[in-house]
Ligand binder design. Structure first.
Ligand code: ADQ
Length: 485
């Protein structure tokens, strides 16, 4: 980011050249990152959620991070509260309790999330929720206005803020604006299930750059723009709408792989890792780590593990499946139903296969510290990542980064995770087919060390290449330079 460049220049040149560098700083751009939830600078430890994790690796000194404080109050704030920590400025607003329910639980997680994960059956739409969504997006735009400088680059994140760019344009903002969608996008036939589909695509078209995790998401968006806005995208994914050129780009997200590998190596000797190790003895560990969300395919995954024990009895007593599923969005009904469903299936499997000294499936619903998770990944012979749909899925990348290269585990990965486009040396499965997933776990458990090492080396090279910082550089590169294709 440009700000790093300026800070480095200041350090290198000493005081004599400081003025020159400062002048350059003013002439260059500042990045403003906007996301629904902004972690407070003091927030450390167990936070489940891919966006925060990916951006935490990427937010550098000089950046302004703007969004919701996490506080629900009587009224939505008109002005942002600003704090600076380690050179990063955090500006947050509170959201009124009533708006929060409609905007967040209602439209964002009750309509957009299921639809964008191809689950139209779970979609709940009503107009007041959508109106609140628009109102909160407007409140974000209004509170950002006083903090904006003309040369700022504005980078908005994710499905909760799809209409914010349009609100900023209505307020007269002419800065370059980018938007990145962390979850999948759907083809026109599905998007049109949503009553305000055209409005949403038009609002996204107030951006200069709109970014996606996979080529099929990017294509689906362009198809929607063509179908709903009657525009004609060119072969580079650019189209002209209203008064601007919109560019749809592919910028898949990643992790800070080196840092995560280090964390995993250190975690190996911690008390948590030792406790897990002792509890397993010499049994192989099959591990799942997810937010407790219906897009992650957890009931199907439990069934697949049951099929493994049924169809491959040689693994009974020699394997343990640990599913860490951090509770999230518990105020949304479909999430409560899912929890009950998992309790039942876990009980069924343990009831059927447990012995007096062996319980096959362990399942917990609280978040675990990142350092502990890293150690658990390293201990796991199988990383089981089988979402029914997922924008990317960073757990798959973390699992690869955490392995011991001399004795790595095997990643079993859903073909419907964005990560499957890239991580082709994993055992790729259809998560709806319990037998196929069970066979893949079996294959992973009996795979030769040579094959494990060769698959892992290929996967690690990819995870080390598509990192969080590369993702930021790529997206900001498009945002800074209109000519970049
Ligand atoms: P998420 O749906 O939250 O993110 P994911 O990409 O897997 O999913 O990221 C989860 C992050 O939270 C990982 O860093 C993981 O370690 C952590 N985590 C998950 N479960 C946890 C638990 N039980 N305890 C502690 N930590 C846990 C959204 C999209 C994804 C996309 C990301 C980033 O849905 O598809 O990859 O954003 O763009």
């Amino acid at each position: 980011m440009s700000q790093i460049f300026v800070d480095e220049a200041l350090t290198r040149n000493g005081k004599g050249n400081a003025l020159k560098a400062t002048a350059r700083a003013e002439a260059t751009t500042r990045t403003i990152i906007i996301s629904n939830r902004v972690p407070s600078p003091a927030e450390k430890g167990a936070t489940a959620g891919g966006l925060a994790v990916a951006l935490a690796d990427a937010v550098t000194p000089g950046t302004l991070w703007f969004g919701w404080s996490g506080k629900r109050t009587e009224h939505t704030s008109a002005e942002a509260q600003v704090t600076v920590s380690d050179g990063v400025t955090y500006a947050t607003i509170d959201i009124a309790e009533q708006d929060y329910h409609k905007f967040y639980n209602g439209f964002s997680n009750g309509a957009l999330w299921p639809l964008f994960h191809f689950r139209t059956g779970l979609l709940r739409f009503n107009r007041p929720d959508y109106e609140s969504y628009r109102a909160v997006n407007r409140a974000f735009a209004q509170a950002l206005m006083p903090l904006l400088k003309p040369t700022d680059l504005i980078w908005i994140h994710d499905y909760q803020l799809m209409t914010m760019a349009a609100e900023l344009r209505d307020l007269g903002v002419t800065n370059r604006i980018g938007f990145f969608l962390h979850i999948p996008f759907v083809p026109p036939g599905l998007l049109q299930v949503l009553p305000p589909a055209t409005e949403i695509v038009a609002a996204l078209s107030a951006c200069d750059v709109v970014g996606f995790q996979t080529e099929s998401d990017r294509k689906a968006f362009l198809d929607c723009a063509e179908a709903l806005l009657e525009v004609k995208p060119d072969r580079h994914g650019r189209y002209y709408y209203d008064t601007r050129t919109v560019h749809a780009v592919l910028t898949p997200i990643g992790i800070n792989a080196e840092k995560f590998a280090q964390l995993a190596r250190r975690a190996e000797v911690t008390a948590d890792a030792r406790r897990l190790h002792e509890s397993l003895g010499d049994r192989a560990l099959v591990l799942g780590v997810d937010r407790l969300d219906y897009s992650k395919g957890l009931p199907q995954r439990f069934d697949a593990f049951g099929r493994l024990l049924y169809a491959f009895p040689q693994h009974r007593r020699h394997v343990n499946f640990l599913q860490i599923a951090a509770r999230s969005r518990q105020e949304v009904g479909s999430y409560q139903t899912l929890r009950r469903e998992l309790d039942r299936r876990a009980g069924d499997i343990n009831g059927e296969f447990s012995d007096f000294d062996w319980v096959p499936l362990r399942y917990m619903t609280h978040a675990v510290r990142r350092s502990a998770i890293a150690g658990f990944y390293r201990r796991a012979r199988i990383g089981l990542v089988t979402p029914l749909r997922d924008g990317m899925n960073l757990v798959a990348k973390e699992y690869i980064a955490a392995q011991d290269e001399t004795d790595p585990g095997v990643l079993v990965l859903s073909r419907f995770a964005g990560a499957a486009d890239e991580l082709t040396e994993a055992l790729i499965v259809n998560p709806f087919d319990a037998d196929e997933v069970a066979e893949a776990i079996h294959l992973g458990l009996i795979m030769s060390p040579e094959e494990r090492r060769s698959r892992h080396a290929a996967l690690l090279a990819k995870v080390n290449f598509t990192t969080a910082s590369r993702y930021c550089e790529q997206f900001l590169g498009y945002l800074k330079d209109p000519e970049k294709i």
